[in-house]
Ligand binder design. Structure first.
Ligand code: GRF
Length: 199
């Protein structure tokens, strides 16, 4: 049986698109995206979901209860194995974190624990770091602090600007996400002492 995911995204959706393509093309052969959820009515990612014929929904004001409760209700109805945060710009809190403990994955554009939070690429450049990268990690209450599933590294060139670095990082993010999901097709993991242990 395929591993099922609900993807949450707020904007452009290039990570969502890369994963949806990998599923469509059989690169991820035991993975299914059940639904895309956005918190932005006009997010370009919604059009991408339509193109891949993946059901989508928007959770935006006016809420039935509030954002977190509405999201929880939707997630309970869809009932995926995992949640994937792919450029999702809200911080999850409350019972979704408990119910989906160690089952929420996020992509972050740095080698965590370096450069947590917003503007990670700008932070790396400002720190004159020689390298950066991206991280797929499990979501916990501490923002960008959860156990790490996979990382990919990239050298920062002396000529790099925010734009060139972001452009070079993006395909790495896509590969990082897809490689993680591919590994999950054949290997389970558990979390021990805040670290991911692959079985
Ligand atoms: C990516 O850089 C991701 O790491 C960050 O938000 C961006 C989303 O890009 N969390 P996209 O919407 O997937 O194109």
């Amino acid at each position: 049986m395929a591993i099922t995911y609900l993807v949450l995204a707020s904007g452009r959706g290039s990570n969502f698109e890369a994963i949806a393509k990998a599923v469509r093309d059989g690169v991820l052969s035991n993975t299914k995206i059940l639904q895309l959820v956005s918190n932005e009515e006009t997010a370009p990612v919604l059009e991408k979901a339509r193109r891949f014929q993946i059901p989508s929904s928007v959770i935006a004001p006016p809420f039935r209860k509030d954002f977190h409760e509405d999201l929880f209700d939707l997630v309970e109805t869809v009932n995926p194995n995992y949640l994937l945060l792919a450029g999702f710009m809200r911080i999850l809190k409350g019972k979704i974190l408990q119910t989906f403990k160690n089952r929420i994955l996020n992509i972050h554009p740095s080698l965590l624990p370096e450069f947590k939070g917003l503007a990670a690429v700008e932070q790396a450049l400002a720190a004159k770091a020689k390298r950066t990268g991206c991280t797929v990690h499990l979501v916990t209450e501490g923002v960008d602090e959860g156990p790490i599933l996979h990382q990919k590294e990239l050298a920062i060139l002396p000529t790099d600007t925010e734009e060139t670095l972001k452009n070079r990082l993006l395909p790495l993010e896509h590969a990082c996400f897809i490689e993680t999901l591919k590994k999950m097709e054949t290997q389970a993991f558990r979390v021990q002492n805040s670290k991911v242990v692959w079985e």
